[in-house]
Ligand binder design. Sequence first.
Ligand code: FES
Ligand SMILES: [Fe+2]
Length: 397
Amino acid sequence: MITAEENEFLTRVGPGTPGGELLRRYWHPVALAQDLSDEQPTKFVRLLGEDLVLFKDKSGRYGLIQDHCAHRGASLLYGRVEERGIACAYHGWLYDTSGSCLECPAEPAGSMFHLTVKARAYPVQHHVGMYWAYLGPQPTPEIPHYDLWSRRDGTRRIYKQPPLDCNFLQPMENSVDPAHLQILHQDSVGNHQRQHVPGRPIERRVAPSTTRGFTDDVESFDFIEVPYGIMNRRVFKDGRVDEHPLIFPNVLRVGSATQIRVPVDDTHTQVFIVHFDATPDGSIPPDSGDPPCTYIEPYKTPVDALHPVARFQMEETQAQDHMAWETQGPIVDRTIERLATTDRGVVMLRAMYLREIERMQRGEDPKGVQRDPNHEIIDTNYDETMRHMDAHPALGR
Ligand code: FES
Ligand SMILES: [Fe+2]
């Protein structure tokens, strides 16, 4: 349980909020590569509570600029992209990717007025099949070389989850809550047989009770701070060990996937998933450009309704998680929760956010910020996880 003020402190993501300023120290994916094309060169983006327009100009440069034109507010989503940038459809004010205004065409000849106009604009990178944005102070850090995003000995697939109508901290707290797998997911990944024989179909087990699910499979849970986040360690009674890390501040790696929980605003989150499949022999496949991208179908009907109007399907693991996160509320009221021993990871994560906010406020880089463009690939223990999962698919790819 925390106070209402602490809950605000941890969950608000807009400009000027402590949590929002922390999240602005990191790059965030905002769109799939296929979302921009010559026919559709602009896309509306809301990130960290800011309304923005992603665009590609005719010189091939990417930009992310405030939605409302600096003149009188028409949306730049309808701007015309040109060689030099994007021109507002209303009166033609032309902006480059840095937000500088290059021309105000209806002003008198020789006017220098445009030099006084500046739109809010942010750097964009095209990386692993997505466009990434950085909304923080200069200088820009690097997108970290996490193994699943950077290794070359394999192939990647990208998935875009349906919109998640709640605050980003709810899925992040779930990422340090391994006890839920054996209960919430007892009818999906939690019920696989304990020892899988390669080549045989996965056999499903029946839980001894729906209350306990497969809780009694587990001996212990541990939460270990690592340089890039928190390693969840689940030890089963039959000796298996499952490790899956939370990558600070907003990524979960589980199995061969990273789930990137991008805060759209205080009560909406967009999850992008990057899957990595290593080649069995360590060979490096030819570079085939952007990985294939898939949009995942909504988990609820009506698709834009909130609990209790929305009804979630409960067959798939991800749908079960979306149900749990959204029905906690747009921002869960943490003043009335009852934390128990299995919530140790949740407490640890909250303390980590607070500590890293303080570090940022002292002018230091918070956890996970990378400045060296040539830093080594960051090993999140992927190979070890895959060795376990090949023998024990119950851990869930
Ligand atoms: S509102 Fe954009 S140029 Fe006038
Ligand atoms: Fe889950």
